[in-house]
Design a protein around this ligand. Structure first.
Ligand SMILES: Nc1ncnc2c1ncn2[C@@H]1O[C@H](COP(=O)(O)OP(=O)(O)OP(=O)(O)O)[C@@H](O)[C@H]1O
Length: 646
């Protein structure tokens, strides 16, 4: 069959170029990536063979082979795993299907142009998330040939490229099942850390460092052609295969015998991440149901954290991988956790349906969730900086747990911390908040909003600031939801400062405020009634406020109504949201409101008053970060008024 030439997809070409022009000074990782792919392919074949006994693939000696030819300067990484069909080769190798690739490349370019090495390094750390492991071969090779045949198919595919824009593909009749990747190695250049990757010593060193735990045998074969004959070695120069990995499951080895680096390499293998994990958790459960687990927190969130991405941990039964992403083992709000769970007593061909009901799976899921939550809490107490970095990225996800995991609610709350008006730099736990509560304070006050600035500057905050009352500043979308799901903490109810009446201070102060308000109410009664009618389409009530000190007006929701943020969010999720009117509160201490009252008392039919009513309402919306329904009309009314003051 003749070979067809194809062009790399634009993004794929750009990522490939980035790999070639050495983002990574450490080029040794190419072997880690290719071995990792081979190991995945073997796992996939075994899992598929377990489920489908008509597959007809030989699974009796699954292994990885690395063949190094010193004279030809080639290195071949071979597996007899699942292989790829022709379509898969085109789809997986020549294309980067992940959304956001173009955006990522743009950001990386900008960070580099701006000469910001930290940002560029952070962006580079993300490159692994695009599934570019295979491309790393081009860091050390000037030509790569992939020969593959998918299990169950009769023909194979050969893919060849020099990594410069195009690749060729041809159908091959006699390819063995599985995949082999042959690299034509670039000349050795020790100064650029391009080592001699045909050297058995070097290969063993890399495999030991990055891939020792791979459960499949990794066999090394060296070929040295004629030179070897002269050295008195075997004819043809091929050595006997030598297994070069110890194949010991890291999770089964005592902690004292495993280095952090080894744990990190396992994490990289299973998570397809290129950066070290932030945290490693070991669980060793003994007794009637034995299992071991190694769990990791990534340092950076995967890009698909909030969409349907890979999630769950790998499930092994007695060292045999039976499921790559076992969602049943971690609740959805801990979906960022990666790792391995190895159980002693589960059936090898357990199906997803059975998994959900399996008592042992449920037991492990509970224990894992508790352990993860207690680890986060411990991190918060003992390693605040690390916790801060973690919480910034993963806090919004963990807080989702408050919506459904009632059993672990206290543990989740103990892991949570929130931005607060008490300290702009430091977050606080609910426990810390409660300990700081003022005498007579009955509630945990919070405000939700789009940003810290919007919340802090919103008029709702005024009286609380005045009285020195701490308010939690909740700006993640999920905050809109969990505050309604968590009724109280240590007997203190959570209360939004943008909802209902604000009743602040001691009993005495509250009584006094009430009396003052009642008196003002009489004074302002006519204006309030008139405004209520005037703005009746927009608001359900106009009343005097006890939360404002400097702003003229604000809008609040009824205690059981959804905030505007929540309404927007639910609408975006496709939920019908019936219109619900809000309440306009006025500050009688403000000159504008006092003036309005006077003007209304002098001549209630003055047409200017109607425009003023609209302006006051529009300003209240703007002050909370919202906007008037008809912004151009609002500006027009305002401009006309201002013009007259000049
Ligand atoms: N040896 C192999 N056998 C079968 N399929 C393979 C093999 N190598 C690669 N593939 C397929 O090609 C895909 C792309 O591989 P690549 O290494 O570029 O990305 P990845 O494995 O998804 O992510 P990464 O390697 O960055 O962690 C793989 O997901 C896999 O489906």
């Amino acid at each position: 069959m003749t070979a067809e030439t194809f062009e790399f997809q634009v993004e794929a070409r750009q990522l490939l170029q980035m790999m070639v022009h050495s983002i990574y000074s450490n080029k040794d990782v190419f072997l880690r990536e290719l071995v990792s792919n081979a190991s995945d392919a073997l796992d996939k074949l075994r899992i598929e063979a377990l489920r489908d006994d008509t597959l007809g693939a030989d699974v009796s000696d699954l292994h990885i082979e690395i063949e190094a030819d010193k004279d030809a300067r080639t290195l071949t990484i071979r597996d007899n795993g699942i292989g790829m069909s022709r379509d898969e080769v085109v789809g997986l190798i020549g294309t980067i299907a992940k959304s956001g690739t173009a955006e990522f490349l743009k950001k990386l370019k900008e960070a580099r142009q701006a000469g910001d090495p930290d940002k560029a390094a952070a962006a580079e750390g993300l490159i692994g998330q695009f599934g570019v492991g295979f491309y790393s071969a081009f860091m050390v090779a000037d030509e790569v040939t992939l020969l593959t045949r998918r299990a169950g198919e009769s023909t194979g595919t050969r893919w060849t490229s020099t990594g410069e824009g195009t690749y060729t593909i041809e159908t091959v009749d006699d390819a063995p099942q599985g995949t082999s990747v042959t690299l034509r190695l670039k000349p050795v250049d020790n100064d650029n850390r391009l080592f001699d990757y045909t050297s058995p010593w070097k290969i063993k060193e890399i495999v030991k460092r990055y891939s020792d735990f791979i459960t499949w045998p990794i066999r090394l074969i060296t070929t040295a052609g004629e030179q070897k004959d002269q050295d008195g070695e075997k004819d043809g120069g091929k050595s006997e295969p030598e297994t070069i990995n110890s194949r010991q499951a890291l999770w089964a080895r005592p902690r004292s015998e495993v280095s952090d680096e080894e744990y990190h390499e396992l994490y990289k293998h299973i998570s397809h991440d290129w950066t070290d994990p932030l945290e490693t958790i070991r669980i060793h459960a003994e007794g009637t149901f034995e299992y071991q687990a190694l769990l990791f927190f990534p340092a950076q969130p995967p890009r698909d954290l909030f969409s349907s991405g890979r999630r769950g941990v790998q499930l092994y039964v007695k060292r045999v991988l039976i499921m790559e992403e076992c969602e049943e083992l971690v609740p959805p709000y801990l979906r960022f956790v990666k790792g391995v769970v190895d159980a002693q007593d589960l059936s090898l061909n357990i199906s997803r349906e059975i998994l959900q009901q399996d008592r042992h799976i449920q037991m492990m899921r509970r224990r894992l969730a508790k352990k993860v939550l207690s680890t986060i809490k411990e991190m918060r107490v003992k390693q605040p900086e690390k916790y801060t970095a973690f919480w910034r990225e993963f806090g919004p996800v963990v807080k989702e747990g408050l919506l459904g995991d009632f059993e672990n609610r206290d543990a989740i709350l103990a892991a949570c911390s929130f931005a607060t008006t008490h300290d702009a730099e430091k977050t606080a736990t609910l426990q810390e908040y409660v300990e700081r509560m003022k005498e007579g304070q009955e509630h945990i006050f919070y405000m939700t909003g789009p940003s810290r600035t919007a919340v802090e500057n919103s008029p709702h905050m005024e009286a609380y600031r005045d009285k020195g009352l701490e308010v939690l500043v909740l700006t993640d979308p999920v905050d809109e939801l969990w505050v309604d799901a968590v009724p109280e903490f240590q007997g203190k109810k959570l209360r939004s400062i943008a909802k209902g009446e604000a009743e602040l201070g001691t009993e005495e102060e509250k009584e006094q405020a009430k009396a003052e308000r009642e008196q003002k109410q009489q004074e302002y009664g006519d204006l309030l009634e008139w405004l209520g009618k005037q703005l009746g389409d927009e608001v359900k009530e106009v009343r005097l406020s006890s939360r404002l000190t400097t702003s003229p007006a604000c809008v609040v929701s009824d205690a059981d109504d959804a905030t505007p943020g929540l309404r927007n969010m639910l609408r975006a999720m496709g939920q019908e949201m019936p219109e619900s009117k809000r309440i306009l509160e006025l500050n009688p201490g403000h000159g504008l409101i006092a003036g309005l009252r006077k003007a209304h008392a002098a001549d209630a039919s003055d047409p200017e008053l109607a425009a003023m009513a609209e302006i006051v309402y529009g300003m209240a919306l703007l002050a909370e970060g919202g906007r008037p329904d008809d912004p151009s009309r609002f500006t027009k009314l305002l401009a006309e008024r201002l013009e007259r003051t000049l």
